[in-house]
Design a protein around this ligand. Structure first.
Ligand SMILES: NC(=O)c1ccc[n+]([C@@H]2O[C@H](COP(=O)([O-])OP(=O)(O)OC[C@H]3O[C@@H](n4cnc5c(N)ncnc54)[C@H](O)[C@@H]3O)[C@@H](O)[C@H]2O)c1
Length: 349
């Protein structure tokens, strides 16, 4: 079955979708609408049909799907208008700016019977899928801690991402990806405690990074961190179990797993420093550990679109469900609340 998609907002990310959709059988771009003349002209140069207005786009009877790739504050009104016009909707992330807004979008989806989803493409990140595989294998023993970080050193982009009214800031920009990944590692386990701190190193109006400490009800604690003034990056993932540790250093999946081999270390050689000695913090003897390769997982992000098409054809369930999206939205709200009040939020999320 052939699906035709219309794109609202033809900026940087829409161009990524443009390249992606070209590689997908059964999906074709019907046209785009952007409020900026230069972006409309650019789309036209690329051979795309350019609608005359949003209304013109929504009135096109050939399309069954609308992708919204505008700044974050525009997602909700366009999504609701599109569903009311009979279109199924993919919103770029974050789906919107608050759980109340998402509730309205969900109601519009229910009342119109249209499908609404969000492009959580980083569920296909290979570093994330590798962590998922490490947890599935259970080689680290009882898991007690996860740390997920992304670090850059260029501050935040100088566009609408610096403006609060457009849904700027790193919690909504990168946080939504990392928090979504973290909650999807434990889809059935509620978070019971959130403590967060936002950074304002390069930007006062919106957060340019954050630290969020989460506690899951199964006792696993997690740190989610986004930094934009980090000239040295810490590992992308650091995963701790009672019997071993995994590290994923970077986007290229460099890293390793180190596990206890079961050999008892009776005679630990202490580390001697100027101020004293320690056996507790001394490195492991080589025969007491195994060092292993990561169980690297390959992925194909085009599965996102293939799944959307299968949902529209009634063949599959959506890989990205609104209750999960709502959970991440409520988590981002708890992070903002914890940071602004300087308090730990004890809430089931
Ligand atoms: N999933 C991802 O990996 C990923 C990556 C980057 C951006 N994004 C998301 O994609 C969206 C767009 O980000 P971007 O980086 O492409 O931004 P961008 O500024 O490059 O593009 C946004 C475009 O939307 C247009 N626009 C603004 N208001 C509009 C309106 N009312 N109607 C029609 N067009 C409008 C702008 O003119 C601009 O061309 C954001 O929600 C962002 O969070 C997602």
């Amino acid at each position: 079955m052939e699906h035709k998609i219309a794109i609202v907002g033809f900026g940087g990310m829409a161009e990524w979708h443009f390249d992606e959709i070209k590689t997908i059988d059964g999906l074709e771009i019907a046209g785009i609408w952007d409020i900026k003349e230069n972006r409309r002209a650019y789309a036209s140069e690329k051979g795309l049909h350019v609608y005359e207005s949003l209304e013109d786009l929504l009135g096109d009877q050939r399309t069954d799907l609308v992708l919204i790739a505008t700044p974050n504050d525009v997602h909700k009104p366009v999504a609701i208008a599109a569903m009311k016009a009979g279109k199924n909707v993919i919103s770029e992330k974050p789906i919107t700016l608050s759980s109340a807004d998402l509730e309205e979008m969900k109601e519009a989806s229910e009342s119109t019977g249209r499908f609404l989803t969000v492009h959580q493409n980083r569920r296909w990140d290979e570093d994330y899928l590798t962590v998922k595989e490490i947890l599935r294998e259970g080689k680290l023993g009882e898991l007690f801690r996860l740390e997920s970080r992304v670090h850059g050193s260029r501050g935040i982009p100088g566009d609408w991402r610096q403006e609060k009214e457009h849904g700027g800031g790193m919690v909504l920009d990168w946080g939504v990806h990392l928090l979504d990944q973290m909650v999807m590692l434990f889809p059935e386990v509620p978070i019971c405690r959130v403590s967060a701190f936002l950074t304002h190193v390069t930007n006062q109006l919106v957060d340019d990074g954050f630290y969020a400490e989460l506690l899951f009800e199964n006792g696993v604690s997690a740190l989610v961190e986004v930094g934009t003034s980090n000239f040295i990056s810490l590992p992308r993932w650091y995963v701790l179990g009672a019997d071993g540790t995994a590290v994923i250093e970077d986007w290229n999946l460099n890293g390793r797993i180190v596990r206890a081999s079961g050999v008892d270390e009776k005679d630990v050689t202490p580390v001697i420093t100027a101020a004293g000695l320690t056996k507790t913090m001394a490195p492991r003897r080589e025969d007491s550990i195994y060092t292993e390769e990561l169980p690297k997982v390959k992925s194909d992000v085009r599965e996102f679109y293939l799944n959307v098409m299968a949902v529209l054809e009634g063949r599959e369930e959506s890989r990205i469900r609104l209750p999960e999206v709502m959970r991440v939205m409520r988590l981002m709200e708890a992070i903002e609340e914890s940071a602004s009040k300087g308090e730990t939020i004890n809430r089931r999320i």
